[in-house]
Design a protein around this ligand. Structure first.
Ligand SMILES: [Zn+2]
Length: 155
Protein backbone atom coordinates (compact mmCIF):
# COMPACT_ATOMS: atom_id res chain seq x y z
CA UNK A 1 0.00 0.00 0.00
CA UNK A 2 2.89 2.32 0.80
CA UNK A 3 4.05 2.05 -2.83
CA UNK A 4 0.59 2.79 -4.20
CA UNK A 5 0.33 5.83 -1.96
CA UNK A 6 3.72 7.06 -3.15
CA UNK A 7 2.42 7.03 -6.73
CA UNK A 8 0.19 9.92 -5.74
CA UNK A 9 3.08 11.86 -4.22
CA UNK A 10 6.42 10.57 -2.98
CA UNK A 11 6.09 12.73 0.13
CA UNK A 12 3.12 10.78 1.40
CA UNK A 13 2.91 8.13 4.02
CA UNK A 14 0.26 5.47 4.48
CA UNK A 15 -0.86 5.57 8.11
CA UNK A 16 -3.17 2.58 7.86
CA UNK A 17 -5.70 1.03 5.53
CA UNK A 18 -8.79 -1.15 5.70
CA UNK A 19 -10.06 -3.49 3.04
CA UNK A 20 -13.85 -3.52 3.34
CA UNK A 21 -16.39 -5.51 1.35
CA UNK A 22 -17.11 -2.69 -1.08
CA UNK A 23 -14.08 -0.43 -0.82
CA UNK A 24 -10.58 0.20 0.44
CA UNK A 25 -10.07 3.06 2.88
CA UNK A 26 -6.56 4.50 3.12
CA UNK A 27 -5.39 7.01 5.71
CA UNK A 28 -2.64 9.21 4.32
CA UNK A 29 -0.51 12.01 5.63
CA UNK A 30 2.41 14.08 4.43
CA UNK A 31 5.83 12.80 5.45
CA UNK A 32 7.30 16.29 5.17
CA UNK A 33 8.33 17.97 8.38
CA UNK A 34 6.58 21.20 7.59
CA UNK A 35 4.67 23.01 4.88
CA UNK A 36 5.16 26.18 2.88
CA UNK A 37 2.77 29.09 3.32
CA UNK A 38 0.92 29.56 0.00
CA UNK A 39 0.67 33.28 0.69
CA UNK A 40 4.31 34.26 1.38
CA UNK A 41 6.28 31.10 0.59
CA UNK A 42 7.86 30.78 4.02
CA UNK A 43 8.23 27.26 5.39
CA UNK A 44 6.67 26.46 8.74
CA UNK A 45 6.85 23.49 11.07
CA UNK A 46 4.54 24.91 13.72
CA UNK A 47 1.29 22.94 13.67
CA UNK A 48 -1.93 24.70 14.65
CA UNK A 49 -4.30 21.78 14.29
CA UNK A 50 -4.98 18.60 12.39
CA UNK A 51 -8.09 17.74 10.42
CA UNK A 52 -9.24 15.10 7.96
CA UNK A 53 -10.38 15.41 4.37
CA UNK A 54 -12.20 12.58 2.65
CA UNK A 55 -11.39 12.07 -1.02
CA UNK A 56 -12.17 9.51 -3.64
CA UNK A 57 -9.47 7.98 -5.76
CA UNK A 58 -9.11 5.45 -8.58
CA UNK A 59 -10.22 1.91 -7.75
CA UNK A 60 -7.74 -0.77 -6.74
CA UNK A 61 -8.44 -4.40 -7.70
CA UNK A 62 -12.00 -3.48 -8.60
CA UNK A 63 -12.70 -1.90 -5.24
CA UNK A 64 -13.54 1.77 -4.85
CA UNK A 65 -10.97 3.74 -2.91
CA UNK A 66 -11.61 6.35 -0.25
CA UNK A 67 -8.65 8.36 0.96
CA UNK A 68 -8.72 9.97 4.37
CA UNK A 69 -6.15 12.72 4.01
CA UNK A 70 -4.77 13.84 7.35
CA UNK A 71 -4.00 17.54 6.87
CA UNK A 72 -2.24 20.02 9.06
CA UNK A 73 -3.18 23.59 9.62
CA UNK A 74 0.07 25.50 10.19
CA UNK A 75 0.99 28.81 11.69
CA UNK A 76 2.76 31.26 9.38
CA UNK A 77 5.40 33.00 11.48
CA UNK A 78 6.24 35.61 8.88
CA UNK A 79 5.22 38.93 10.48
CA UNK A 80 4.72 40.52 7.07
CA UNK A 81 2.37 37.81 5.84
CA UNK A 82 -1.35 38.53 5.81
CA UNK A 83 -2.09 34.91 6.74
CA UNK A 84 -1.62 33.80 10.32
CA UNK A 85 -2.60 30.22 9.59
CA UNK A 86 -2.73 28.16 6.44
CA UNK A 87 -3.80 24.67 5.48
CA UNK A 88 -1.25 22.41 3.88
CA UNK A 89 -1.92 21.72 0.22
CA UNK A 90 -1.18 18.70 -1.95
CA UNK A 91 -0.27 18.43 -5.62
CA UNK A 92 -2.62 15.53 -6.32
CA UNK A 93 -5.84 17.25 -5.24
CA UNK A 94 -7.26 20.75 -5.55
CA UNK A 95 -7.53 22.68 -2.27
CA UNK A 96 -11.27 22.06 -1.94
CA UNK A 97 -11.43 19.01 -4.18
CA UNK A 98 -13.34 15.89 -3.21
CA UNK A 99 -11.42 13.61 -5.54
CA UNK A 100 -7.86 13.16 -6.68
CA UNK A 101 -6.83 14.78 -9.95
CA UNK A 102 -6.12 11.36 -11.47
CA UNK A 103 -9.71 10.30 -10.72
CA UNK A 104 -11.00 13.52 -12.28
CA UNK A 105 -9.01 12.76 -15.42
CA UNK A 106 -10.41 9.24 -15.56
CA UNK A 107 -13.97 10.50 -15.20
CA UNK A 108 -13.48 13.05 -17.95
CA UNK A 109 -12.06 10.36 -20.23
CA UNK A 110 -15.05 8.09 -19.62
CA UNK A 111 -17.60 10.88 -19.94
CA UNK A 112 -16.28 12.20 -23.23
CA UNK A 113 -17.58 9.20 -25.14
CA UNK A 114 -21.04 8.65 -23.71
CA UNK A 115 -24.08 10.43 -22.38
CA UNK A 116 -23.85 11.81 -18.86
CA UNK A 117 -26.48 9.32 -17.65
CA UNK A 118 -24.53 6.36 -19.05
CA UNK A 119 -21.27 7.78 -17.74
CA UNK A 120 -22.58 8.39 -14.23
CA UNK A 121 -24.01 4.86 -14.07
CA UNK A 122 -20.72 3.31 -15.20
CA UNK A 123 -18.68 5.48 -12.85
CA UNK A 124 -20.91 4.84 -9.85
CA UNK A 125 -20.92 1.09 -10.44
CA UNK A 126 -17.22 0.64 -11.05
CA UNK A 127 -15.14 3.68 -10.21
CA UNK A 128 -16.35 5.99 -7.45
CA UNK A 129 -19.46 7.32 -5.71
CA UNK A 130 -19.95 10.47 -7.68
CA UNK A 131 -23.25 12.06 -8.60
CA UNK A 132 -24.28 13.12 -12.07
CA UNK A 133 -24.11 16.79 -11.13
CA UNK A 134 -20.48 16.47 -10.00
CA UNK A 135 -19.63 14.83 -13.31
CA UNK A 136 -21.37 17.63 -15.20
CA UNK A 137 -19.51 20.26 -13.17
CA UNK A 138 -16.24 18.56 -13.90
CA UNK A 139 -16.96 18.47 -17.64
CA UNK A 140 -18.03 22.12 -17.62
CA UNK A 141 -14.74 23.04 -15.98
CA UNK A 142 -12.79 21.16 -18.64
CA UNK A 143 -14.80 22.71 -21.47
CA UNK A 144 -14.11 26.15 -20.01
CA UNK A 145 -10.38 25.40 -19.95
CA UNK A 146 -10.52 24.37 -23.59
CA UNK A 147 -12.42 27.54 -24.49
CA UNK A 148 -9.78 29.70 -22.84
CA UNK A 149 -7.07 27.87 -24.72
CA UNK A 150 -8.89 28.48 -28.02
CA UNK A 151 -9.23 32.19 -27.30
CA UNK A 152 -5.51 32.40 -26.63
CA UNK A 153 -4.74 30.69 -29.93
CA UNK A 154 -6.88 33.17 -31.87
CA UNK A 155 -5.52 36.34 -30.30
ZN1 LIG B 1 2.79 33.35 5.13
Amino acid sequence: MEEIVKLLDKNLECVRYEVRSDRIVIWIKSSKKGAVCPCCGMPSTRVHSIYERTLQDLPIQGKKVTIVLICRKMFCDNENCSKKRFAETFEFVNPRGKMTKRLEEEIVKISMNMSSIQASRLIRENIADIGKSSICNLLKKIVMLFDKRDVRKVS
